[in-house]
Write a protein that binds this ligand. Sequence first.
Ligand SMILES: [Fe+2]
Length: 281
Amino acid sequence: MTSSALNTVTIPHDRAHAIELLQITDTHLGERPHTPLLAMDTDDSLLAVLSLARRTLANVDLVVATGDLSDQGAIDAYLRLYDYTRNDYEHQFWLLGNHDDADMLTAAANQHERLLRNDIRIGGWQILMLNSQIPGEVGGRLGTAELARLRLGLEQASAEGLYTLICVHHQPVPVGSAWIDSQAISDAPELFAIIDAFPGVRALLWGHVHQEVDQMRDDLRLLASPSTCVQFLPGSETFKLDNQAPGFRHLTLFPDGSLSTQVHRVTDRKFTVDLGSSGYL
Ligand SMILES: [Fe+2]
């Protein structure tokens, strides 16, 4: 998963038609099914989120899963995530988060080769999956290889007249919580220096922060999304869980480079979570 080369896949799609994208993030599945995380059953909450997505979205062209797919890097967690999603979503692409194990995820994904693609072409859009994981560390960094891949991908997209959505695990901008903002992408200035040279980049989408963010940076949409399990309290200086429900994000990418997006949460049932917890790792 650490390749600096573009690993391109093209999903056939009429350029005149919008693209429907489902993002799930921070599923934190344990090695064994129904392992609790801060008292929440992460299999149960993921399955509830996937059920809501099935009922809400009539058509999904592709799924991006933006990291922390496992809680401890167990291969069984990745295999279970694939089992939970394979029947509904033919095209899905996964990123590493700080909780993930690159070798285990690769071993699981090698059986499903498309999971490892990092440069997705669909209709008039390119979706770039950037790896911000630093093995063994909680915080994020892209590094020279990923930044070089980003530049190469954007040069190709520009030449082909494609708009770009960039997906990554860690946040590239502060979200307003000191404890988690210390884990933001450390070379974000380099990331934005490249993005700023390519006006076709329309949005940056990430996970890690377990909360919704929707901001503009000039013409660039900045989006973070709820976890499919536990939520972090926005604005909290120290670690604190929120009582908001698990959810997913839906994005519609239009042929003219515009997009619409909405977060959906599971509101028709309650989940158990330890709101008094003071730690995450
Ligand atoms: Fe996470």
